[in-house]
Write a protein that binds this ligand. Structure first.
Ligand code: FES
Length: 126
């Protein structure tokens, strides 16, 4: 009898009994390609990042035990850009404007509820 291999090559996330320094991270790809290839920088990524950072600060959600908003380089899902990913859930979003960011902040980053309508399709890659 052959053993079926898992498609995963890394161990799945295991929750810890220790509390994390931040409850959630959101990483925004801000990568720019000069070649003209699809990239998040040409799709308004910086504006989304700036708006998210300001919203989190204005709502008093930044800092230890809460939310951290970070810049990232290419996350290799450029065709779905601009993209951002939330951890520890590993939820990928494609956003268009500030109202999308507001919804991600209020629903997911603050209340832990995934925004289904903004999920990046699972087959979107580079
Ligand atoms: S340029 Fe944003 S994911 Fe690649």
């Amino acid at each position: 009898m052959s053993e079926k291999k898992s498609p995963l090559s890394v161990a799945p996330f295991q929750s810890s009994t220790e509390s994390s320094y931040y409850a959630r991270h959101i990483f925004f790809c801000l990568n720019e390609r000069k070649s003209g290839e699809a990239c998040c920088a040409l799709q308004g990524a910086q504006a989304g990042f700036d708006h998210c950072k300001n919203r989190i600060k204005d709502l008093g959600l930044s800092g230890p035990g809460q939310v951290r908003v970070n810049k990232a380089g290419c996350l290799d899902r450029c065709a779905g850009g601009p993209v951002a990913v939330v951890y520890p859930e590993g939820t990928w979003y494609t956003f268009v404007d500030n109202s999308d960011i507001d919804e991600i902040v209020e629903s997911h980053l603050k209340n832990g509820q995934v925004v289904q309508r903004l999920l990046t399709p699972p087959d979107v890659g580079r």
